[in-house]
Design a protein around this ligand. Structure first.
Ligand code: URA
Length: 423
């Protein structure tokens, strides 16, 4: 087999054979196929696509590149959730302990933020002492003791995807449905969860900007999960406006704890409950009542135990940024828009995210907005607060936010749409 023929096949809009796929994924993982060759192939896939059978084989080859985990020794059914990435998307933080409090086991292998979308591990690392890297034994112990664990995937899980995702990130080849679907599903299938709920984001702050693309991605991933015996459901949810009232690491932990304490922004609570209901139904627990577990404090109890089990102090003060800058409402009226992508870029530029994998993030950096579209705002009062330890970044964040929000004097200028767009 030679890699040039594989690249030419896809470049010329051909189908890759099973043998070609198995060989190229394995050879790339072993370093026999070079990064520049794989990036040419990834670009050919982005431009010319793959059919369902090619995607299924590519996913299976990525799963087979590493180990598979096994949760069959747990007494509880397992349920996991994956979001395709958004701005202010802190839902995993309240969701995992909530679903555990309702009786499922939640093995939540999560990632770090890259670009304008935040990462769950970066957020949790703002809690003093909390550790993202656990051995398989430690992970199983936390899961068995508390019902939920949120940690980094070990190096042995789908190593082909680890290499390929890092390469796609620097070669403009992330936004390809076959590559996104196989990347996400290879990790989730190798992880060994019994059921999976996918939160496929749609809108300016998401990879998928249109409902049609998001629907195709969702259908592809549900098909892959189902074929591998994982009960898989997808919700399509709105990411044109950022979730909640904050984007940033410690800022989002604070908001998640508010949700677990029975408060928090209404959209975050609504989406957390919608995803919890789907996860519990997929795990065979359709009668569990997540709203009750939020209200009676049992989800908060699981959160506290889960954070402690990973070395964190749930009572410690969260870090705050050294500097803040307030952007005032430009007029009096109804806030009619707040663009998710612009807010994500501003938070990233302030230090909440990273431009390269090896960059570090600031725990306290990010953006806080004091109104959501549909709210009434008063000219001159705070609309957004920017947080950073590096104030020289304020002008770049402000530049990202130019044209990102608008205020109308017309009281009926904004009609709220649903968060869950489809199932
Ligand atoms: N998240 C992943 O894990 N992989 C992708 O390709 C995109 C988002």
């Amino acid at each position: 087999m030679d890699v040039i023929t594989v690249i030419r096949t896809k470049r010329d809009r051909g189908r890759l054979s099973d043998e070609q796929i198995d060989w190229v994924v394995d050879a790339y993982t072993r370093g026999v196929v070079a990064d520049e060759q794989m990036s040419a192939l990834a670009m050919a896939i982005l431009l010319n696509g793959m059919d369902r059978a090619e995607i299924a084989r590519w996913t299976a080859a990525m799963i087979d590149s590493g180990e598979r985990m096994d949760f069959s020794s747990l007494a509880r059914p397992t349920a996991d959730k994956h979001s395709t990435g958004g701005v202010g998307d802190k839902i995993t933080l309240p969701l995992a302990p909530l679903v555990a409090a309702c009786g499922a086991a939640v093995p939540q292998l999560s990632g770090r933020g890259l670009g304008h979308t935040g990462g769950t591990l970066d957020k949790l690392e703002s809690i003093p002492g909390w550790r993202a890297s656990l051995s398989t034994e430690e992970m199983l112990a936390v899961l068995g003791d508390t019902g939920a664990v949120i940690c980094a995937a070990g190096d042995g899980l789908a190593p082909a995807d680890k290499k390929l995702y890092a390469l796609r990130d620097v070669t403009g080849t992330v936004e390809a449905i076959p590559l996104i679907a196989s990347s996400i599903m290879s990790k989730k299938i190798a992880e060994g969860t019994g059921s999976l709920v996918l939160d496929v984001k749609v809108g300016s702050g998401a990879f998928m900007k249109s409902l049609a693309d998001a629907r195709e991605l969702a259908a592809t991933m549900v098909g892959l999960g189902t074929d591998h015996g994982v009960r898989t459901v997808a919700l399509l949810t709105d990411m044109s406006v950022p979730l909640g009232l904050t984007a940033g690491n410690a800022l989002e932990v604070r908001e998640s704890v508010e949700v677990l304490a029975g408060g928090g922004p209404a959209d975050v609570v609504e989406l957390t409950l919608a995803l919890a209901r789907e996860m519990l139904a997929a795990a065979g627990l359709p009668d569990a009542d997540p709203a009750k577990s939020l209200a009676d404090g049992s989800a908060m109890d699981v959160w506290r135990r889960m954070i402690r089990a990973q070395g964190g102090d749930p009572d410690a003060a969260l870090p705050t940024s050294r500097e803040q800058h307030v952007i005032a409402a430009p007029a009096t009226g109804v806030l009619t828009a707040l663009d998710a992508y612009a807010v994500g870029v501003a938070a990233w530029r302030l230090g909440a995210g990273r431009a390269r994998k090896e960059d570090s993030v600031q725990a306290g950096a990010g953006v806080e907005w004091h109104a959501r579209p549909g709210d009434h705002v008063q000219e001159g009062t705070p609309l957004l607060t920017l947080h950073t330890d590096t104030p020289e970044k304020f002008p770049y964040a402000q530049e990202a936010l130019e044209g990102a929000f608008s205020v109308s004097p017309e009281p009926t200028a904004f009609t709220a749409g649903p968060i869950v767009l489809d199932r």
